[in-house]
Design a binder for this molecule. Structure first.
Ligand code: CP
Length: 315
């Protein structure tokens, strides 16, 4: 069993309930991972994903090996039949097969490059490991998805569930750097598995991949979107049409206390790291309605439910 996408979740409700059960007794399955090794490969930086996934593996009794592949590994070639007389030193065929000798599960973080849409949509790194590794693969954020984050988001929303069908708003917010669409993509896919009034709000032109958003509601007026919302999920992403570009940096999209007043006393969510007073004001993120730290805490239980299922089911 691999965990590379929200589509790998058969019953979201069930996974969320299992994660909440794990959260109550995180060491209950301490023997499940005995003598098993998780190898975590990072092609990009991380705080939460690295520590929470490692913590989840430790809770299951696993050994963990971490490698910052982006800075410490050989540069990899991904193309079949390539004549390797340029920069790449090692082919993914050998690299994935070799890491599989040391690992029972391989977890990978490899972001979108944001220069070549086709290449990013092909998930070159993740697909390469899926093709050539011989052990299960876990996605710790790839070019187009961050399913461990969205599973943690679902767990967090379940802990704060409303008496009524909740209104959940994914809002774009400005950012000085071009960021991938992975987090919003997986959040949208996760919300499509929930019974909720789900609305995406962003400036015109910032539409996510329509193959992902499908018929999810898009509202270009952020104030209108915020009306009566129970959850505000803020995130920046770069332009998908004008791929990887920043075509808008309007500070009017920052989540402020005035905007939060339009909501139904909504909880504020963000996957972190967050740029304070750019994405969201201090007043909002420091308010009692902000659940970003609990959200980060739930990353451990999202990872643990995934690792636990893989350890039980195998490849
Ligand atoms: N949200 C998240 O994935 O955090 P890191 O990038 O710090 O792992």
């Amino acid at each position: 069993m691999n965990f590379t996408s929200i589509q790998n979740i058969d019953f979201l409700d069930k996974w969320v309930k299992q994660a909440l059960k794990i959260k109550k007794k995180p060491l209950k399955n301490k023997k499940l991972g005995k003598n098993k090794t998780l190898v975590m490969l990072f092609f990009n930086s991380s705080l939460r994903t690295r520590l929470s996934t490692q913590k989840a593996a430790i809770n299951l009794g696993m050994n963990v090996m971490v490698m910052n592949f982006g800075s410490e590994g050989w540069t990899l070639e991904y193309e079949d039949g390539a004549i390797m007389n340029q920069g790449a030193s090692e082919h993914i065929k050998e690299a994935a097969a070799v890491v599989s000798q040391y690992a029972d599960i391989i977890a990978i973080r490899a972001f979108a490059g944001l220069t070549d849409k086709e290449k990013d949509n092909a998930e070159t790194v993740l697909s390469g490991f899926l093709k050539h590794a011989t052990v299960p693969i876990v996605n710790m954020e790839s070019a187009t998805g961050h399913p461990l984050q969205s599973l943690a988001d679902a767990i967090t929303m379940a802990e704060h569930k409303t008496q009524h069908r909740p209104k959940v708003v994914l809002t774009w917010a400005p950012h000085p750097r071009a960021l991938p669409q992975a987090v919003p993509n997986s959040f949208v896919e996760m919300m499509q598995l929930q019974d909720a009034d789900f609305v995406i709000t962003h400036p015109e032109g910032y539409e996510l991949n329509p193959k992902i958003t499908k018929d999810s509601k898009i509202e270009y007026d952020q104030d209108k979107a915020f009306e009566n919302a129970d959850f505000i999920y803020a995130k920046n992403w770069s332009n998908y049409k004008e791929y990887g570009q920043i075509t808008n940096s309007d500070p009017n999209w920052t989540v402020t206390a005035d905007k939060m007043k339009l909501t139904n006393n909504a909880k504020f969510m963000h996957c972190l790291p967050v740029r304070r007073n750019v994405i969201v004001t201090d007043e909002v993120i420091d308010s009692e309605n902000s659940i970003v730290i609990e959200q980060a805490n739930n990353r451990t239980y999202a990872a643990q439910v995934v690792l636990q299922k893989i350890l039980k089911n195998g490849k």
